[in-house]
Design a binder for this molecule. Structure first.
Ligand code: KMH
Ligand code: ZN
Length: 274
């Protein structure tokens, strides 16, 4: 039986500049306001990247800790921090993100060409992230950019065990130039490789946004939307704000008879403590 839909919002990311995308939430105030607006229209989890005073991506631990506290105080959303950061962030800084003690953190499952850049994720680094999250009771969201990374996920779980809490949650990030395509054939191929009993969400980047959203909903999956991945709402039309993307996903989830789950329902689904 299909459950409701867990909608994650990824409001900021590390790739877009504030100069190019002026409505990107980059300050703590903008982020918290975005989180509240997105929760109101159906988001249950937030995937967070933060920026410094000049709106540049940062993994500053004090800012991350303050951000987790502020979003927890102002919303009921499951708080997920990105350990991906930006492509230039060193491994030590990415590991230190976990010191901010979010409910969940991303754990990318392999190195991938990322547009003109390379997003580095060595096996040894993946294992370290996985183990530290196990020790601290943080739910990993295994980010999959290409099909072979699902094989790596099986290897990780076989060799190093399940996350604490025992639940496996995967996010398929589709349509990154250099990664897997964002189409239904690729989604179907990925679904065959997802570990038994795992939940999955899917994210379509740029033009892949809508095909992946429709595909994930009809396949019984969950969805991630937001300005990290999509800044155009339609051809020639910029996204107004993150809530617009969440509201569209909520509407489609209702049409699919899989309405958005609340943050509490999402906690039960993912085995995250309240
Ligand atoms: N910014 C990308 C290089 C994650 O958040 O874990 C990677 C990324 C993945 O956004
Ligand atoms: Zn991210």
């Amino acid at each position: 039986m299909s459950t409701g839909t867990l909608i994650t919002v990824a409001p900021t990311g590390a790739e877009h500049s504030k100069a190019d995308v002026p409505n990107l939430p980059v300050t703590l105030e903008e982020l918290v306001e975005t989180a509240r607006d997105c929760e109101r229209v159906g988001a249950a989890m937030i995937h967070i990247h933060i920026r410094d005073d000049d709106a540049r991506p940062t993994l500053d631990i004090k800012r991350l800790t303050d951000t987790v506290a502020a979003v927890r105080e102002q919303t009921s959303l499951i708080v997920q921090l990105s350990t991906g950061g930006s492509v230039t962030d060193p491994e030590e800084d990415r590991l230190r993100v976990l010191d901010a003690m979010p409910d969940s953190a991303s754990c990318s499952m392999g190195t991938v060409n990322f547009g003109d850049d390379v997003f580095m994720n060595r096996w040894g680094f993946i294992v370290e992230l996985h183990k530290r999250m196990q020790e601290r009771g943080i739910l990993p969201e295994y980010e999959i950019f290409d099909l072979g990374q699902l094989t790596t996920l099986h290897r990780l779980l076989d060799k190093h065990g399940l996350p604490s809490g025992g639940h496996v949650h995967v996010d398929l990030v589709m349509g990154v130039p250099g990664g897997m395509a964002g189409d239904t054939e690729t989604l179907a191929a990925a679904l065959r490789l997802i570990p038994e009993g795992a939940t999955f969400s899917a994210t379509g980047v740029g033009r892949a946004t809508l095909p992946v959203l429709f595909g994930a909903l009809s396949a019984g999956g969950h969805v991630r939307v937001g300005m990290e991945d999509t800044v155009n709402y339609a051809r020639g039309e910029r996204v107004k704000d993150n809530a617009q993307l969440v509201a569209r996903a909520s509407g489609l989830a209702r049409i699919a008879q899989r309405p958005p789950v609340t943050p509490d329902e999402a906690r039960t689904l993912l085995g995250v403590a309240a």
